[in-house]
Design a protein around this ligand. Sequence first.
Ligand code: ADP
Ligand code: GLC
Length: 473
Amino acid sequence: MGRVLSVASECVPLVKTGGLADVVGALPAALKATGWDMRVLLPAYRALRARTKGWPVVWEEPDLWGGPGKVHAGDVDGVPLLLLDAPHLYDREGGPYSGPLGEHPDNAIRFAALSWVAARIAREGLADWKPDVLHAHDWQAGLAPAYLAYHGNGGCKSVITIHNIAFQGWAPAHLLGVLRLPGHAFHPEALEYYGGISTLKAALVTSDWITTVSPTYAAEIMRPEFGMGLQGVISSRAPVVSGILNGVDTSVWDPSREDTAFDRKAISGKTAARERLCQDFGLDVPGPLAIVVSRLTDQKGIDLLPAVVPDFVLGGGGLIVLGSGDPGMEAQVRNLADRFPGRVAVRIGYDEGLSHRLFAGADAVLVPSRFEPCGLTQMYGLRYGTLPVVSMVGGLADTVIGANPATLAAGAATGVTFHPVDALAFGRALSQLLDLHRQPKLWAKLRSNAMAHPVGWETSAVAYANLYEGLTA
Ligand code: ADP
Ligand code: GLC
């Protein structure tokens, strides 16, 4: 059985700010069936420290930038974990990246420490467990492959997965030595990035392989429109870049396990869920009831809603938004709810339970992202027969089959897609949705197609296993 050390800053069920956590938490179980044994190295943030009680210490690091660190091994809900306890870095109030005063000023060092310990474990091995592959996720783990490259890899291969190239882990040049990176590598072909250091770039130039979370995003980030400054670096490594789609945890996202259980053949539970939702939110919606479950940020195209929702409502549609983020966008969606009582409702916040009820009861989920490396909510939508209305970017383009004459003739459509990402195209997609909803037979066919579309991890787990096998052969 091959061994993989997965290194990340978030992991379900312990700490989550986005889809990264879902993916990191799901991979170990998904890979088990392929014969790969994966453990996840994660910082022991304040809320996680209590979990390590009774867990054996499997690694001690004497000098982690101002204090020692200890790695405890254990298991939470079946996820094999290595929790790095270094109180001077991680025992702080707030989320993984910020506290009450905003972003932690020493984030470069906090995550360098995670990466340093990861690289040491990968190179030297624990007493009874030596990884064959180190799999780093995003900028937070970006220095781990770099440490293997510059300080010796002990025979361990490295993979970096880009979940979102917008976050690049920037640090000023004078930290180079502090971060234990070699001065000779400070040039544009290696570590230097716009006069400083990017920990993501460091991984992109040193890893044995680069993946991102959909084939379309893998191609997009080689272009300036999506590469956010790193397109040249990615293109220069094109032969070792691939896209592997995320899956969703189909035991957690399972319509037959919701309160109003339903499936593809017995759909009445979905109707019941819709009635409850409308009651709870005080809505009366004759046409399709749409939802948005999302971080409210520029990436997600939320600012397009004010331009398209009025016509959608006029055409009979309704909308429930669950999300939080940019204060300006929160105000924009609140304003829509004020303008259209009985048709539009908004819940600002993060609520996992409510998100399940929304997917169960709604007719459609809107994902108008400007860029989307993979996206998970359109896949929840497919699984729950909640038709995705998505922009044709990244993983959205790879998971949703938009209704058009060809896909309808082939009986293959699973949702509605639009391009480019602007209010005009989005508005037309919503009017197409209204139109499809007026044709009950066709709607039922689309819903049935959507629910039959595979969104689990099976295929992608095999793709990761093949990648690891290729690297270690
Ligand atoms: P991203 O990671 O870019 O935010 P993804 O679609 O990959 O986008 O993952 C987002 C995850 O966070 C999904 O599991 C989604 O359901 C969840 N999520 C986002 N906002 C909320 C919210 N307000 N309440 C509950 N779940 C949310
Ligand atoms: C990022 C991306 C999202 C992706 C998730 C998990 O947060 O924005 O598209 O699904 O990572 O890979």
